[in-house]
Design a protein around this ligand. Structure first.
Ligand code: PGA
Length: 244
């Protein structure tokens, strides 16, 4: 059976005080079928590691360097993250593709660097509204996945894929369960072409997931959980989504 995941992406939000309140509230999480993780700004990893130690909630980063170490001012390597107990790392989020000009090739290198250091890469893919309206959604998302094919085939542990249509991120517009499922089914068949194991890669949906739409999205046959932005900052919402 494929793994299920619900992963919070805090983006550039949080303060020591607010994180403590949020993480303390998340400790009330009842056992779920899904594995739960929060991806926090890296400066908060020591605090997160301390507060979540001994719980079932995993923690991780929102990006990694493609390099192992060296003269890369401002970057953080996967092995550094691992020292803080991080077990997952988001790579290729659309905000990084957009604001940091990350290419499909950059994302593939980061995914491989994370996996080589023992982190579970959460590789984000997704089309813009213009690309969807031009009928190019599958071509764009397929190319984003294909760039990672080599990395996928070489992964020591299966990565996680997150389908996040750019037009649904932080906009309140969720892809309908049918729209999301259609893209997930496409991704599943592309993964099956890579290897039989790749078929088992969990594919999460992200983009305005909230307590009111989570259950319907997660009930789709090829949706294995969610990558949650805004709603992961509100303990009650994140807990409700994890329960769904
Ligand atoms: P959102 O963000 O849930 O706020 O739409 C999702 C994401 O960007 O990972």
């Amino acid at each position: 059976m494929r793994e299920r995941w619900v992963i919070g992406n805090w983006k550039m939000n949080g303060t020591l005080q607010r994180n403590r309140e949020l993480l303390d509230a998340l400790k009330a999480l009842a056992p779920t079928r899904a594995r739960i993780a929060v991806c926090v700004p890296s400066v908060f990893l020591p605090q997160t590691a301390e507060l979540l130690a001994g719980t079932a909630i995993a923690w991780g980063a929102q990006d990694v360097s493609a390099q192992p170490n060296g003269a890369y001012t401002g970057q953080i390597s996967s092995s550094m993250l691992q020292e803080f107990g991080a077990s997952v790392a988001i790579v290729g989020h659309s905000e990084r593709r957009l604001f940091n000009a990350e290419s499909n090739e950059d994302v593939a290198k980061k995914a491989l660097a994370a996996a080589n250091a023992g982190l579970r890469p959460v590789v984000c893919v997704g089309e813009s509204l213009a690309e969807r309206e031009a009928g190019r959604a599958e071509a764009v998302v397929g190319a984003q996945l294909a760039a990672c094919t080599e990395a996928l085939a070489r992964f020591p542990a299966l990565p996680v894929i997150a389908y996040e249509p750019v037009w649904a991120i932080g906009t309140g517009k969720t892809a309908s369960p049918e729209q999301a499922e259609a893209m997930h089914a496409f991704l599943r068949s592309e993964l099956a072409n890579i290897s039989p194991e790749a078929r088992q890669v969990p594919i999460l949906y992200g983009g305005s997931v909230k307590p009111s739409n989570a259950a319907e999205l997660f009930a789709q046959p090829n949706i294995d959980g969610g990558l949650i932005g805004g709603a992961s900052l509100v303990a009650a919402d994140f807990l409700a989504i994890a329960a769904a």
